[in-house]
Design a binder for this molecule. Sequence first.
Ligand code: GTP
Ligand code: ZN
Length: 287
Amino acid sequence: MEREGTVTKIISSQYTVQTPDGPVTAVPAGKLRRDRKPVVGDHVTVSRIQDSWRIEKIHPRQNELLRPRVANVDQALVVTSCKDPDFSQRLLDRLLFLTELSNIRPVILLTKTDLVDPGELEQIRGLLDLYAACGYTVLESCPESGDEQLAALLKGRISVLCGQSGAGKSSLLNRLDPSFHLRTQEISKALGRGKHTTRHCELHEVAKGLVADTPGFSSLDFSRMDLSGLDRKLTAFSPWTGQCRFADCRHINEPDCAIKQAVDAGRIPQGLYDDYKFLRQEEHNRR
Ligand SMILES: Nc1nc2c(ncn2[C@@H]2O[C@H](COP(=O)(O)OP(=O)(O)OP(=O)(O)O)[C@@H](O)[C@H]2O)c(=O)[nH]1
Ligand SMILES: [Zn+2]
């Protein structure tokens, strides 16, 4: 008997695989133990041999996040608070860059809208409207709002959350599923495990989707990253890809740059472009 499923949890060599008939505990076939071990999020084929299940095959990965180790991430919820911590466009941009560099679709999720006065909220919403206009999905989540839109977005997908400490990641997941506990670095520090913890990430069912219990992109360090493909991966730039005069345009100082023209026309948020430019120049200076 064979089944298709998704790996949701790994404890030493025991893999929990969620199948349409429910979870099974499986052990990878010998060749998978040697070469390419399954990770959480992997779509696999399991077969039943007598009383035990074996993972026979790992299906090709659509993407793979290294920290936490999760494959086939459909989306990263970029949790951005209005206050405590203060709204930061620069941080938002950097998280968008990181998710898109990893071939993961970002969803911008604004939280703590109740903590700012109406004028400030209007300003933040106005800015995020520009992100929505250039292709990003933008949602708000707060205790009073109800989270139907967010639930619909999670359903049937694998999601990772990211965002500053205190931005409201665990709060919003707890609203959707009171049993959910997001693991944080603070917790592992408190337990004295430091950053070398080898505990695996686990996927939990929330709103009929799977959500990683460890936040992603905790490091905003771009210094060892290859940013050369960033412009082609950015949702905000994608309508203009290939329209610059030079095929290898970096969209910094080049003439007839379609990206710079789109920024000047207000089609790409100026701040997002400035943050892009800053990173590319920083990368250039390191060489
Ligand atoms: N007023 C208000 N407070 C909120 C809201 N969402 C979260 N909080 C509060 O903000 C604080 C931090 O929220 P958490 O959900 O723990 O934030 P987190 O992103 O999970 O933080 P880490 O665990 O440090 O990564 C908590 O005291 C929450 O009660 C909100 O929409 N409105
Ligand atoms: Zn250009």
